[in-house]
Write a protein that binds this ligand. Structure first.
Ligand code: CMP
Length: 408
């Protein structure tokens, strides 16, 4: 096909004089590409500008590793490939031919010469680039909004599932527990130590399942913001004493020392005793799980003044365990987050590196925040040889802020 190069250039750049158009026509290449040719590759450093003489191209962009989104189709008279040249950046999108497509190709120097020859044309080009950038931003934003909505829907579905599953499992579990208790008190079983061990296993197993399900329900309440926080006077020392008592067997079995240090007076605080117990229960059980036998866990607490929170109790639960890698330090507070392969965890509740459903710290965070407090972790990293340890730091205000949901 005969191409009228000057005519095509004139239609695209009406500001240029005839002799400029003539000169330009000698500097551009006229090329025809078959269908499905990738002329511009997103991310590539290519510096050629194109003007479409005939045919159609699709301009697409990857919004994630799998999905490519069509931004628009361009036809005769449209140009593309200007952004990489103007911004001196890699290609912002893919440009692929749909059918046989003929283009005029401008190398970088020719394009720059063209820009310099007419301020009007240069302005038009810059304006087009900004329009295209803006429309790409909007497309990306709208994709992100859709993705967010999908995630929120999935999260909601997950919470509904958790809630239903936990409720549905609770009834048969309670039945099993009831029968197991009956069997345990039967004199024939009492007399047989083998059977007693079996029944004890069933009773302990169901108690643990109950525990996990209650935690799942707590998490769904935190996520749906239906967690009720009672406001009663709580003495932190009593909570720690209770925990020390509840964990004494596990501590002894793993040869771990638990030290409780109180700096100064700790007054009664307004809090939900159940939730406060759960906060430190999970921090303690994690410290036990990730500290090798023979280690030390120290709980230190004192009263301090925190900006934006007022008077608060600061508690640090520190261990001499394997520590936590920097990249996991935020994510461990998300529900169902597990470090390492779940299959490699040992299964005991307080055994070294014992697994769990990954809900404990999410519950800690939810419960602390429901009191208007904060929790975070500090650790120099994870190392099973040097044992850098972890320090979980909790700030709980002495008075729950008025805007927190809960019962007085
Ligand atoms: P460049 O980034 O060099 O290479 C890909 C080209 O696709 C880009 O220049 C523009 O010419 C073109 N392009 C990118 N986004 C759009 C858009 N929203 N509308 C039209 N063309 C675009």
């Amino acid at each position: 096909m005969e191409v009228d190069v000057v005519g095509t250039l004139r239609a695209a750049f009406p500001d240029l004089e005839n002799d400029a158009l003539e000169k330009l026509s000698g500097l551009v290449r006229c090329t025809t590409y078959p269908p499905d040719t990738l002329i511009c590759k997103e991310g590539a450093y290519e510096y050629v500008f194109y003007l479409i003489v005939r045919g159609t191209v699709a301009i697409t962009k990857h919004f994630d590793s799998q999905n490519e989104r069509v931004l628009r189709h361009s036809t005769a008279g449209d140009f593309f490939g200007e952004m990489a040249l103007i911004q001196d950046e890699p290609r912002s999108a893919n440009v692929r031919t749909i059918d046989d497509t003929t283009v005029l190709e401008f190398d970088r120097e020719v394009f720059e010469h063209l820009m310099a020859s007419s301020p009007n044309l240069a302005w038009r080009m810059v304006r087009t680039t900004f329009d295209r950038l803006r429309s790409n931003d909007q497309a990306a934003l709208s994709d992100l909004r859709d993705a967010l909505q999908t995630l929120q829907r999935l999260d909601r579905a997950k919470l509904d599932f958790i809630e239903i599953a936990a409720h549905e499992l609770r009834t048969p579990l309670t039945v099993i527990q009831g029968y197991a208790d009956v069997l345990r008190s039967d004199t024939r079983i009492q007399a047989d130590s083998n059977l007693r061990t079996v029944i004890d296993g069933v009773v302990n197993g169901t108690a643990r399942l109950h525990d996990v399900m209650n935690r799942m329900l707590d998490i769904s309440k935190i996520d749906t913001e239906t967690l009720q926080v009672s406001r009663v006077p709580v003495l932190l020392q009593s909570v720690f004493t209770e925990l020390k008592h509840d964990f004494q067997d596990a501590l002894a079995e793993r040869n771990l020392t638990l030290l409780i240090k109180q700096i100064g007076e700790i007054p009664f605080m307004e809090a939900d005793p159940n939730l406060v117990y759960k906060i430190f229960y999970h921090l303690l059980i994690n410290a036990i799980k990730y500290t090798p036998d023979g280690g030390t866990i120290t709980i230190t607490c004192w009263v301090t003044e925190v900006e934006g929170m007022g008077r608060a109790v600061a508690v640090v639960v520190e261990d001499t365990g394997i520590g936590i890698d920097q990249r996991h330090q935020k994510a461990i507070f998300e529900k169902f987050y597990q470090i390492g392969e779940v299959a490699l965890h040992s299964s005991g509740k307080t055994s070294f590196k014992g697994g769990g459903p990954g809900l404990g710290l999410a519950l800690v965070k939810g419960a602390v925040e429901a009191h208007g407090g904060m929790v975070w972790v500090e650790s120099r990293g994870c190392d099973e040889e040097t044992l850098p340890g972890s320090a979980f730091k909790v700030l709980l205000p002495l008075r729950i802020p008025d805007n927190m949901s809960g019962e007085s």
